[in-house]
Design a protein around this ligand. Structure first.
Ligand SMILES: Nc1ncnc2c1ncn2[C@@H]1O[C@H](COP(=O)(O)OP(=O)(O)OP(=O)(O)O)[C@@H](O)[C@H]1O
Ligand SMILES: [Mg+2]
Length: 398
């Protein structure tokens, strides 16, 4: 895309407003999120549609700065004018906008999508929360993301155990940079699907791709590298019963990195603080409540700063209030850390609370997928029945 350079005096008031908001957001001295943006070492150019206005966000500076378009940019976005105010208020999640084709881009979009939640949360701080705790897409978007923007993709995946067919041609498409919920009744193959995504199970037929790379053709060392990139919070917590909480969370760091014990301690305690388990560091898993185990599992899943986080039924065994609190914690972690978060659940309330994107699973395949607001308006009889929790309809115990 070619971008006309303009002086700041040509800027529309609205665009100046966006520039000011961006600048103010980056003035949070010592803010961990600003530091994280700096580490991205990239630059993003916003072009306001219908106006030759450009703004460049330079993330390779310390602190990051905003200029009026003359600096080189690696990523360029054309922001439709009517979405500009939403962006300035931190209310427009870029990934749904990208999926909808409302924003065009060039350069390493994936990297931009990773900074997007961080930028959004900084902008929201500047603009004030306005009572909105959980992010929602500003407008519905199309259901089929560009393949280049997929974090996870399965193509016609089949899996059977003996005579039982569990995955029956699974075509999953999880967009990069947002919270995706895989929603489906018990026993439909959600956990089996997750095992395929992390390479613990191999499909009988079909292909699994993570960030464009096929697992089938990966060597053992590539698979090991992938395990670093993908953090998993297992359904049953899967904490090591003989290790205390500190050592459980430290395990991936000790296994996959050469960090010294002081650095390990610093990272682990930061993660435990984030999930409210700082004072439980010496406890064994058996000495924790269900909710604490979940939070410890989340801290461990996040400890390597993975680009993709998978959470299998993070709500199972929790009461509604603790489920809501855990949902908020997931949204907060995603807002701070960026990347792609995939949450598997049959809990519709949780899905409503956290999902940007939803894939509905049924009998080993995808029944519907799309931006959350679209799925909740679905007229498909199965989706309607499942979302409403009705006993009469196509969904039965079989
Ligand atoms: N290793 C295995 N060997 C044989 N059958 C299996 C295996 N793993 C899963 N299954 C079967 O596959 C089906 C789907 O299981 P899965 O655990 O994926 O369901 P789920 O959607 O995660 O359910 P829930 O919501 O209850 O967690 C079940 O009938 C289960 O018994
Ligand atoms: Mg399961």
């Amino acid at each position: 895309m070619t971008v006309a350079s303009t002086s700041s005096t040509d800027m529309s008031p609205a665009a100046r407003n966006l520039g000011d908001t961006l600048r103010r957001a980056l003035e949070h001295d010592g803010d961990a999120r600003v530091l994280r943006l700096t580490r991205m070492g990239s630059s993003v150019r916003f072009v306001i549609e219908g106006d030759d206005t450009t703004l460049t966000l330079l993330l390779d500076r310390t602190p990051p700065v905003v200029t009026s378009g003359h600096e080189p940019a690696e990523i360029t976005f054309s922001v439709p004018r009517d979405l500009e105010a939403e962006l300035a208020l931190g209310r427009l999640p870029m990934a749904p906008a990208l999926i909808a084709g409302e924003v065009t881009g060039s350069g390493p979009i994936r990297q931009y999508l990773e900074i997007d939640p961080i930028l959004q949360s900084l902008l929201r701080d500047v603009a004030g929360h306005e009572g909105e705790h959980v992010r929602r897409p500003a407008r519905p978007a199309l259901s089929s993301p560009d393949r280049d923007l997929l974090a996870i993709e399965t193509r016609d995946v089949h899996k059977r155990f003996g005579r039982q067919r569990v995955l029956t041609g699974m075509d999953l498409a999880i967009p990069e940079g947002v919270i995706s919920v895989i929603l489906g009744p018990s026993g439909t193959g959600k956990s089996v699907l997750l095992q395929h995504i992390i390479g613990l199970m191999r499909p009988d037929r079909g292909e699994v791709r993570v960030r464009g790379r096929s697992l089938t053709t990966m060597s053992r060392s590539e698979l090991l590298r992938l395990r670093r990139e993908v953090g998993v919070m297992f359904q049953d917590g899967a904490l090591f019963s003989g290790l205390n909480i500190f050592d459980n969370v430290a395990f991936p760091l000790r296994e996959h990195t050469n960090l010294g014990e002081r650095e390990v301690e610093h990272i682990v305690m930061t993660r435990l603080r984030e999930v409210g388990l700082e004072s439980a560091r010496e406890r064994l898993p058996a000495q924790l409540s269900g909710g604490m185990k979940k939070r410890a599992g989340l801290a461990r899943a996040l400890v390597l700063d993975p680009g993709i986080v998978l959470c299998d039924e993070p709500d199972s065994g929790l009461d509604p209030v603790r489920t809501a609190l855990l949902g908020d914690l997931l949204v907060e972690q995603h807002a701070n850390g960026g990347g792609t978060m995939i949450v598997v659940t049959h809990n519709i309330t949780l899905a409503k609370r956290i999902a940007d994107h939803i894939s509905v699973l049924w009998q080993g395949g995808i029944l519907q997928s799309g931006i959350a607001s679209q799925i909740f308006q679905s007229e498909d009889p199965f989706v309607e029945q499942f979302l409403a929790g009705e006993t009469v309809g196509p969904l039965t115990m079989e």
